[in-house]
Ligand binder design. Structure first.
Ligand SMILES: *Cc1c(COP(=O)(O)O)cnc(C)c1O
Length: 212
């Protein structure tokens, strides 16, 4: 049951020695609004979605619940408007162009949109995200966007070397003490991520079961 799975994941988080606050994001992509409702009933508040259209349907269905929605998937330019209108956090800022569009399209009545920079931490040419050496310049540019609040960094490491990748992310985090949110760690490696300073862990499978 989703409720028991949430408790098990929370227990795993609590078991890791850490001093930072760790927020559990339940990644509900491909899962139904009623699955999300079960998690809400069990006390879960943060949800992560990757695909805009199905996310919008669920956000609409659950609009009377107190949910904090995180967009964590790849972003095409033509999707930024609805992301800016409907989400509280965006973890997957991987191009300056996307940040600028979200800034222009964030409605005035919604407050600032919290954003994280996705980092291509393993320097993989086929993966999205900024390269570590680009970060200084990108931060400067994003700071001038008044509707965005830049909070930190996110990565999706190559699972074969997530230990090294998380360590590198921790080093990046230390270089920017004002950007203190680190989104990293999934079902299989959340412990390692928390040991390296993760403040958001993004857990799908171990809460909602396998995806089709
Ligand atoms: C699907 C997904 C997750 C959750 O992965 P699980 O292995 O199911 O826990 C986390 N982060 C991102 C970016 C994802 O796309």
């Amino acid at each position: 049951m989703i409720k028991d799975n949430l408790a098990r994941v929370q227990a795993r988080i609590n078991k890791v020695n850490h001093t930072q606050t760790v927020t559990l994001i339940a990644v509900s992509k491909t899962k139904s609004a009623s699955d999300i409702q079960q998690a809400i009933d069990a006390g879960q508040r943060h949800f992560g979605e990757n695909y805009l259209q199905e996310a919008l349907d669920k956000i609409q269905t659950l609009k009377n619940s107190k949910v904090c929605w995180h967009f964590i998937g790849p972003i095409q330019s033509n999707k930024t408007k609805q992301i800016a209108q409907n989400f509280d956090w965006v973890h997957s800022i991987d191009r300056l162009k996307i940040a600028k569009r979200l800034n222009e399209q964030r409605p005035d009545n919604r407050g600032k949109l919290n954003v994280l920079l996705q980092i291509n931490i393993d320097n993989e040419p086929t993966k999205s995200g900024f390269f570590p050496e680009e970060i200084d310049e990108v931060i400067m540019q994003i700071k001038s966007l008044s509707k965005l609040s830049l909070k930190g960094f996110m990565c999706i490491p190559n699972p074969d070397n997530s230990r090294i990748s998380f360590t590198k992310m921790a080093e990046i985090g230390e270089r920017y003490p004002n950007l203190d949110m680190l989104s990293m760690g999934m079902s299989h490696d959340l412990e390692l991520a928390i040991q390296n300073g993760a403040t958001f862990v993004r857990i799908g499978t171990d809460i909602f079961g396998k995806r089709d």
